[in-house]
Design a protein around this ligand. Sequence first.
Ligand code: ADP
Ligand code: MG
Length: 489
Amino acid sequence: MGRGIVCECAGASACPDGSNNGTCTTQVNGYCFATVEEVETEAGLVELERTAGCLPPDESGFMQCKSSQVPHRHPKVIECCNESDLCNRRLQPRLPTYLSDTEPPGLEPAGDAGGGPQPSLLVAAALGVALVAFLAAALLLCRRRRRAGKRPPSPPHPHPHPAAAEISSGSGSGLPLLVQRTVAKQIQMVESIGKGRYGEVWLARWRGERVAVKVFFTTEEASWFRETEIYQTVLMRHENILGFIAADIKGTGSWTQMLLITDYHERGSLHDYLQTAVLDPPALLAMAYSVVSGLAHLHMDIFGTKGKPAIAHRDIKSKNILVKRNGQCAIADFGLAVRFVAERDEVDIAPNTRVGTRRYMAPEVLAETLQVTDFEAFKMADMYSLGLVLWEMCRRCAAGDRAQQVEPYALPYHDVVPSDPSFDDMHAVVVAKGMRPPLPSRWARTPALGALAALMAECWHHNPPVRLTALRVKKTLAKFHADCDVKLV
Ligand code: ADP
Ligand code: MG
């Protein structure tokens, strides 16, 4: 039914055959693009070169249309459009310049495809934002000093993004919105590192540092909105929760691009890590303790004017947990999370239709008996899923001299349901038969594995109120550590 659109075609690389009157036609659902690139002339000078042409449709619409493609000596920036014929004539991609997003629109140089903003304006804008950021950081630092005496000491935690860690927007966790937009502008995509159901995650560079950028599929606006909102919740920052840096949404007429920028963890998800890693008992305990600490923080409500609402994750699984370089974990992917609004005594359910991952769904979720108005019920369902994650970790723990004797990595219920189990498959196993993952007999011979096996069984209990809370699991592990004198963190 549809047809392609006509695009401006310019530049030898886009129009090798000299082009058809300076135009080309895309395939159905294709895009027009324009790029600007620094090229070196024969005389050794650097010039800006504009190229324009047609792009084939791609899966998420704008993946290849994202920002700077080459973070090297000669950067290249691409922008795309598909709202009308020749729409790329209006595109004016600009190379990333510090704070290029902060000047008022009226100050754009008119009709200059390759030109950037005037340097003096840039400097003024940069100084303005730097001042705001500095004041915010100073204010926060003063407040922290004042509070420092009241807080229990926490282990030193070198944060890779001091700016992101120190500056608060005043209303929640994270950078001021203006700075977030600027950060998003300065991102250079490097390579795709993961795909979930709701977006594609990229390794990117932000001013020389590595960051992760989740680009949401165009249909997943609700997930982007929800995840951004959750990350900006007051007091959300915790060393076992993925560190949020910035979120941005851009739109030009018919398409929108939604980004979420976070800390990057090169070891990837727990699911990927456990495929090959073998843990010794202290490493297993430290890892388990870190995940449960993250979940306990999420579930906890902190009272006071700047208190933290309790949050339930609703999609706890090894693919949504990242492994940090120090062996601790960080919980990620908050597209499904719910918050408990204490003043109104109600759950703030997002208007998105996502449901969790079937394989990890608690029996009451599978049986659809979970009371959605009862916030505690969501926390209990998280605890069930946590039990399964602990099981995945324990299989990869080798004790003492029996280093070879570990179970191969496996997803929970791998042996009793197909690879993409249906609701009915899971219901039959978890609810009707009441099955749970098997506990290998070797676990009983290792104290750490024995302790965790007992805990996971209490997490995945059929009756939700009987399950342990995250705080209880955390305290039990801390006590176990104290008794065994094993260093946990
Ligand atoms: P989705 O909502 O689409 O499931 P996730 O946030 O769960 O997206 O990310 C999908 C995958 O991308 C993860 O399972 C993980 O492998 C990888 N990933 C996500 N965030 C990061 C990060 N910050 N560092 C490294 N890898 C990441
Ligand atoms: Mg995910």
